[in-house]
Design a binder for this molecule. Sequence first.
Ligand code: GTB
Length: 219
Amino acid sequence: MGPTITAFKSSPDRGRGLARDMRVRWALEEVGQPYDVRLVTFAEMKAPTHRALNPFGQIPTYEDGDLALFESGAIVLHIAERHSGLLPNEAAGRARAIAWMFAALSTVEPPIVERSMAVLVERDTPWFDARQPMLEDRVRTRLAELSGRLGDADWLDGAFSAADLMMVTVLRRLAGSGILEAYPSLCAYIARGEARPAYQRAFDAQLAVFAALSPPATC
Ligand code: GTB
């Protein structure tokens, strides 16, 4: 039996692959590991049964036999370490790929999330207009640094790895913000990630959850 992950029963992104189960689904698809999904409502996420898996009452979680994990980064790293294809075999390259995974999660993602959370929950506050340019500048700083390092390369450090999977999912959170367009190499980088068959299978699977919620109207 394969692992079971959790995902939103009704994702606020309407199946656009922005919730963090997407990166776990993508990793599982890349390594060819079939998996089950348990869909949870917001109320279920905050109930003791789910909090036993994730003390913060969030998705995604991962269960495989006796092992239960939370934190999308830890889950993707676990998958990448158990299967071939997502981390280099050579020790130094593997360590660098893991460093890039941390960079995606702890250096690039925080300003992106802070900006999008402000748009979501602070739009009507008196400080929104003054604060938003500063939050956007912080995002632009990271994007400029990242695109500077990526240069003309296809991926962050040699072949595609879990580092790229993580970074692409982090950058996708900027879709529709109008910020990414100033960094064509990052747009192309995201497009390369999205073109991978494993990405597309993962995307389709999470979109199907949303589609099942809202079947097309009939006459
Ligand atoms: N650090 C944790 C991880 O990486 O696993 C963060 C997990 C997390 O933020 N989970 C979110 C969650 O469960 C879902 S992904 N939120 C419910 C809660 O905290 O009560 C974040 C997310 C949600 C929705 C969109 N969207 O609609 O665009 C994008 C991202």
